[in-house]
Design a protein around this ligand. Structure first.
Ligand SMILES: Nc1ncnc2c1ncn2[C@@H]1O[C@H](COP(=O)(O)OP(=O)(O)O)[C@@H](O)[C@H]1O
Ligand SMILES: [Mg+2]
Length: 366
């Protein structure tokens, strides 16, 4: 996909047609070429071997992996083929390794990883209490919640975090009676009052960018309230106008809780170390009584719409990763090591700044 110029190295990219249509290919190709790479748009239906030699495999296969893991035969065949290809070509740099991506497909699994992180508590970071409902038996589910310290109100979320629109259909439940609407397999998580502000952190290797988004207003347990159904997109998009985001007059204190960037960096380090992703994002809400920071969601290869000069940072990180793996052949399998992503300095995380200062934006979606 380059104008007759020969580039020695190639990046093979796969993402869904929907994502691909939104991508500014011209900008991406320009960034690849300026770093000496050709860009190959891969077709999952054809053998990768027939699509040219690639040095880097960059992908957003989350939905296909999720479908394969849930028994979709076509998706399973595709993933098997990709994994076989990668194991036949171990020198290809994969962003990100499929096993690391899999960790984030299951909310219960990655919440457990966050909960087990012993450093978080003393740094004022936490994952709200959560539990999984394997069945619809309300009596059992009340007991599961009690054992795990999950308190009303709760948000009920599908356990599988990717693969369909329904993965983002949430239910706010205020009492035991409301549990009848929970559809397993799902997780319930204690609701954290955060004055309707969501902080989204976008990570590319050792660089990150933070955006604020609207979120849910404060809620309290109540015997009278019926469950509230919402989809994440309706409430948390930059321009969303949901009434669920409008604070009640009593909660309008005018005091703004500030995000503590040191805490954000702590979370990034843990995600890099324990999950080993170059391309990740996570959501933080600040508990309005304690100021503690709750990590409520982690995503693979999020939409970097507002990430300033995303393509340039992506290419820099790809090169860092290749340099790192060349210089350190004793890399742990799947890259789950302290400084994965090319960052050799212990505190070398870089906030790439305020998007308002940049003209070229994020994924350059057109
Ligand atoms: N424990 C929680 N406390 C308060 N608000 C939450 C909590 N969990 C989720 N939310 C709200 O619901 C939204 C969607 O939840 P999230 O887990 O991020 O799912 P998704 O995968 O759809 O992004 C969040 O952006 C936030 O507004
Ligand atoms: Mg989210």
């Amino acid at each position: 996909m380059s104008d007759n110029i020969y580039y020695e190295k190639s990046i093979g990219l796969w993402m869904s047609d929907k994502k691909s249509q939104k991508l500014n290919w011209k900008e991406l190709i320009k960034a690849c070429n300026s770093h000496g790479y050709n860009l190959v748009k891969l077709d999952l239906e054809q053998a990768f071997e027939d699509q040219g030699k690639i040095d880097v495999f960059l992908h957003k296969l989350t939905d296909v992996i999720a479908a394969a893991d849930q028994g979709d035969a076509k998706a399973a065949k595709i993933i098997r083929r990709v994994e076989q290809y990668l194991s036949n070509h171990p020198n290809i740099t994969v962003i990100d390794p499929l096993d690391n991506v899999r960790i984030l497909l299951n909310r219960y699994y990655y919440y457990s990883i966050l909960q087990d992180e012993s450093s978080f508590k003393s740094h004022g970071i936490f994952t709200p209490a959560f539990a999984e409902f394997p069945t619809s038996n309300i009596k059992d589910n009340i007991e599961i919640m009690r054992e795990r310290g999950v308190r009303f109100p709760v948000i009920c979320k599908p356990t599988i975090a990717h693969g369909s629109k329904s993965a983002h259909e949430m239910i706010l439940i205020f009492n035991e009676r409301g549990l009848s609407v929970a559809k397993p397999p799902c997780v319930v998580q204690s609701f954290v009052n955060h004055n309707a502000i969501l902080h989204k952190v976008f990570v590319v290797g050792n660089r990150y960018h933070i955006c604020e988004r609207p979120s849910l207003k404060n809620f309290y347990a109540s015997e009278d309230l019926d469950p509230i159904f919402y989809s994440t997109g309706e409430v948390c998009k930059a321009d969303s106008q949901s009434t669920l985001s409008i604070l009640d007059p009593n909660d309008e204190t005018g005091i703004k809780m500030h995000l503590n960037e040191e805490k954000v960096k702590d979370v990034i380090r843990v995600i890099r170390k324990k999950i080993g992703l170059i391309l990740a994002g996570f959501d933080v809400v600040i508990d309005n009584t304690t100021g503690n920071h709750a990590v409520i969601d982690i995503n693979v290869f999020p939409s970097y719409d507002n990430f300033p000069n995303f393509f340039e940072h992506l290419l820099d990180c790809i090169e860092d990763t290749i340099r790192k793996s060349n210089s350190d052949c004793s890399l742990e399998e799947n890259g789950r090591i302290e400084d994965y992503g090319g960052n050799h300095r212990p505190n070398g995380l870089i906030n790439i700044g305020d998007s308002h200062n940049y003209e070229v934006m994020g994924m350059n979606i057109i």
